[in-house]
Each structure stands twice: as C-alpha cells, then as structure tokens.
Design a protein around this ligand. Sequence first.
Ligand SMILES: *[C@@H]1O[C@H](CO)[C@@H](O)[C@H](O)[C@H]1NC(C)=O
Ligand SMILES: *[C@@H]1O[C@H](CO)[C@@H](O)[C@H](O)[C@H]1NC(C)=O
Length: 456
Amino acid sequence: MLKFNKKERTILTSVVFLYVIASFQLSSWKLEKQFFRGFKTLIPTATEGQTINLKTFKPANMKGAPIAELRSQLTQQFPYDPSQPIPRRIWQTWKTPFNSPKMSQGFKDFSGRWASAASEAPLYDYTLVPDDHIMPLLHNLYGAVPQIIQAFDSMPLNILKADFFRYLVLYARGGIYSDMDTFPLKALDEWPSIKTSRLPKPEVPIKYKGLDSASSPPTQEPGFIAGIEADPDRDDWNDWYARRVQFCQWTIQSKPGHPLLRELIINITATTLASTNVKTNIKAPDFIIDEGHKDDYFVNARGKKRLDSKFPPTQKKTAKNTDGTDTMNWTGPGVFSDAIFNYLNNIIQTNPDIMIINNNLKANNMEDGSGTRKFYRKITEGLMSSATFVTEFFSLIEEPVIVDDVMILPITSFSPGVNHMGSKPEDDDMAFVKHMFKGTWKNDPKPSSKGQRQQE
Ligand SMILES: *[C@@H]1O[C@H](CO)[C@@H](O)[C@H](O)[C@H]1NC(C)=O
Ligand SMILES: *[C@@H]1O[C@H](CO)[C@@H](O)[C@H](O)[C@H]1NC(C)=O
C-alpha cells in the first residue's frame, strides 16, 4: 500500500493553503470590479448554441453593454489556447483533508496512489480539495463570472455540486480530475493524450457533409479527453443505462478553457438558475433567459419528467423532489454525454476542416467478429447526410477516436475489468484508471440511478 511521505504531505498542504489565501484576496477584488457595472447576464440555451460555431466563438465586447452573455463572460475569462500542453495537474475532492482521521483508509490509499503517480511523473502537481476550500477556490477562479458561483451555491444536493465542481475546476485550470474511488494503473505520461506517439494515425479518411479538406493529423496533445462508461449494444439498453453510449465523468482530462466544457457549464448553470430557488448570498448580476426556448432550462421539462403531471415544468427543484434520474440529466453522465455529442456535431456542422480519426471502423475488431464496423452504414449515413455523429460512432471502440482535438478512449481505459460491454482486464495496454464504483458524493439522502452511480 502506498502512503504519502512527509515531503508529499507538506507540498500538498502548502499548495492548498496558498490557494485559499490567494483566493480570498483575489475574489473580493474581482467581485468589486464586477458588480458595479450594472449589466444583466443572459444565459443562452443549447438550441441557440446549435447555430453558432462553438469552436471559433469569440467573446463579444461587453464593455458598458447592458447585457453580457454568459458564453462571452466565460470565454473572456478563460480563453482557449489549443497549442498549449495539457496542464500536468491532478484534482480530487473530498469532505476532509488527507490527514483527517475521518478519511477512510481505502480513500487514503487511492488518493495516495494518484499523489505518488504525480510525484513519479515529471512536473505533475496533485491537489486534494477538501470541502472547506471549495467555495474559496471557486471565488478565486470564477469571481469575475459570479453567476457560476451563484448556480453552484444554489444546487440542492451534494451530488450535483460534486459533478459541477469537476467541470469547473478543469475548465478554469485543466489537468486530470478523478473521483476518490479511482486509482491510476499506469504512469501518467503513458496516457495516449500525453505520449503523443500513441495518438491514432488516420488510416481510413472519414468524410462528412460539408468537409472541404481535413486539417493535418494531430501532432500535439488533444484538448479534451473522455472515456466510455457504458456501451450496451443490446435492444433493451435503456432498461439499464440512460444513454446508448455513455461517457464517464469519474475521470476527465482537459486543457483549460476548452469550449466543450464551456458549453456543459453553460447548460448546467442555465438549468440550475431556472430550476431552483436561487440563493441570494452570492452577489451576482440579475440574469435573464431566452424566453423563446424556455423548455431548455427546466429539469422537469426533459424526458420522462415532462410527461409526469406530478412534476410541472416550473416547479422549483429541491433536495426532496430531485431524484437520481434528475441528477443524471442535470449534472451527471447524461448531460455530460449529450454535451460531448452536441459539441462534436456542432463543430462538423460549422467547420469544413475537422479531422476525424476512427480506426475502429476499419475492421471487425471484437473477438466474436463484431465491432464498430458493423455500424459502418449507419455511421456513414449520419455523417454524409446531415454531418451528425450517430451514437454508434463510439460503440465497441478499442482504439482511441479523435475528432478535432477531442479524444475518446475505449471502455477499457477508465473502466477496465468490469467484464462486460467489451471492457478488457486491468493489465491491458489501454487500461489507465481503475474505478471502484464506491460513490463519492458525500452524504446525499438519496441513492442514484441508472449507470452505476451507487451510494457508498
Ligand atoms: C441542456 O442539455 C440538455 C441535454 O442534456 C438539453 O435538453 C437542454 O435543452 C440543454 N439546456 C440548455 C439551457 O442549454
Ligand atoms: C433524461 O434524458 C433522457 C434523454 O433525453 C430521457 O430519455 C430521460 O427520460 C430523461 N430522464 C428524466 C428523469 O427526465
């Protein structure tokens, strides 16, 4: 079993401490600067996002304007630079600091393995953010976009906050976020995102409607990396999972400012501010929503809840009336998976030069002779007729897939050894993180739902 040595502990504690000190000062300064400009924040919708180029979006000049759109505020605060490497940083969060007797030995062991992996790889930092430091850290990072902090503070359940926190910290600072019930299986610079010699090379050129000519194959580190969580290739998949192909959000790697995370954060902020009793202890400008697409904003206006008269659309969501299926679509793997598909579809619909590499399409890669290729016709039709990725584009993959600077890893990468849906053992070449499915979202009253989000 690995433990922190004294030096590692000291580094950890001092990094977190510095953050907290810096954050109190910065946040009050940023907030003051912000608040007396007298603008309202417009929270846009996904519907509106379909019509603009999310990859190349540039913030509007907001100086003196009466309305500042949240997308512009975020982009201005965290501009995306795809030429920068992925920050060598690991984020975790837990109720207590590492030294606390309240942290279980199991979690000490797991987080110790991340800290050791960080100390073994050149230039990596490891930060465990305890609950007490979350608000100061968010004030530091998002002081100039206070609607974000307001949304976070208004969330009625810890599971929602735990989900939202990971996206926020990665969008602001980048690196790897991983849940406390995970541990790394390989050196961090073995990940195909970092060891760029492992990036897939284009073997079959993939075309889509509107493609002029694809940019050259990537040579630099991708900007956003996610793994497959669930890939139930069976007719009754919806009895077990919320999505036909679901991406996991217990481990995510990203560069700061990535537009895919920005869109996810906008969606969650919009849903939260419209669907809850917004708390007023965070000072923020008034916000307005896009009245023409009101249904986009309400948890109760989606999916099954829409048809259930017990849940009228504008009923405010509280700890009591929010269940596991709501969290799935509000902050969890449901909306996370949708955000990935929406972003990827948007960029091929609005750019003529997106490089798509999916070498899984070339062969029947599964042992039983099936594989991504069996969906070849459906995939090609989606791409050629409407520049759309059908979900099967990511089904049964065994090699990483690249769309522009987004990399999707096979189920084995972050979910090895689960013995289903094509997941291979932990010693596989593509296995990087082990997930113990213990549930890490701290004292919520209700257990979760589909997609293996269990309560500890
Ligand atoms: C958020 O994403 C969901 C899909 O998960 C979508 O139905 C909804 O319209 C989006 N809401 C906003 C405000 O963008
Ligand atoms: C969550 O979203 C999915 C896909 O849009 C939908 O089928 C499902 O009914 C939604 N769940 C709830 C509880 O609204």
